[in-house]
Structure formats: C-alpha cells, structure tokens
Ligand binder design. Structure first.
Ligand code: AMP
Ligand code: ZN
Length: 145
C-alpha cells in the first residue's frame, strides 16, 4: 500500500483558543451585559431573551454567549447550541399560543446590535395581507415575483 504523505487527517486548529473564545465578552454591549432576570432560557453556549420591541407576540432573540458580530464567525458547537435553543423556544411558543402558524428565524444583515442574535418571530395566519415572498422582502423591490 502506498502512503500519500501530502494527505493529513489532522488540522492546525488550536482548540484551547476556541474554548477561550466562548468566554469573550465586551464591555458596553447590551447583550453581554443583560441582567439575569431578562434571560428566559440558557444552555452552555447561548441564551434566549424576549425582544424589547416585539415585532409579533413572543418575538424571541437567541444570542450566543460569545461576543461576536457575525454569525459566520461562530464555531459549530455554538451554532448547534443556537439551533437547539431555537427548537426549544419554538416548542414552548407553540404550546403557549395556538394562534401561531409559523416562524421566521433569521439573523439580520444590517443589524443594529453587533453581538449576533437570531430572531425567532412567530407568524400568524393573516398577519400580513400577502405573505408571498416574505424573506425576499429584505430587498423590498424584489419581494414580489
Ligand atoms: P437587529 O440588530 O437589527 O437584529 O435588531 C436588534 C434587536 O434587538 C431589535 O429587534 C431590538 O428590538 C432588540 N433590542 C434592542 N435592545 C434590546 C434590549 N435591551 N433587550 C432586548 N432586545 C433589545
Ligand atoms: Zn456582546
């Protein structure tokens, strides 16, 4: 059997740096400095809070504990934690409120708080006149197709 020495099954990731980054916090960041009473759920790597200015009833934000601006700079375990939290919160909202018929779950581009967060926004039948093309509305002129 030949052995190709160019191929490696390891990489150079320093996992101590990854673990350290989970603890990164920033002074004066509203999501790093949330008081415990605002937190409605928590797992190892993220939290959930109610949005202070609800788009719809039960609008929830899922926020990694690490202070990082861009979703794509999160490590996979943080993405997994966010996904698990989104599922938990979705389940709780559906249990609590039978009028909810769907959700938008999205991290915003053009964000105003530069600590990444995923909006979980419950939707209800008839909440907008014509829901077709919903996510396309990020560029209003492209919404209808
Ligand atoms: P964006 O960065 O565009 O995704 O929007 C930030 C979101 O954070 C908005 O929906 C705000 O209503 C919400 N928000 C801003 N300040 C607070 C706060 N102190 N607690 C909870 N939600 C907040
Ligand atoms: Zn922060």
């Amino acid at each position: 059997m030949t052995c190709n020495t160019n191929k490696r099954d390891t990489d150079d990731t320093d996992f101590r740096n990854v673990l350290d980054s989970y603890n990164d916090r920033e002074a004066n960041c509203i999501f790093c400095e949330l008081s415990a009473s605002r937190i409605i759920a928590e797992n190892e790597l993220c939290i959930a809070i109610k949005d202070a200015f609800l788009v719809t009833e039960h609008h929830t934000l899922v926020i990694p504990k690490q202070h990082v601006a861009d979703y794509f700079d999160l490590h996979q375990p943080e993405r997994n934690a966010i996904k698990a939290m989104l599922h938990d919160q979705r389940g709780k909202i559906l249990e609590e409120d039978p009028t909810v018929t769907g959700f938008n779950a999205d991290a915003s581009a053009g964000q105003t708080v530069f600590h990444i967060h995923v909006h979980l926004i419950p939707r209800r039948e008839g909440d907008v006149v014509d829901p077709r093309g919903g996510v396309r509305g990020v560029i209003p002129s492209k919404q209808k197709y």
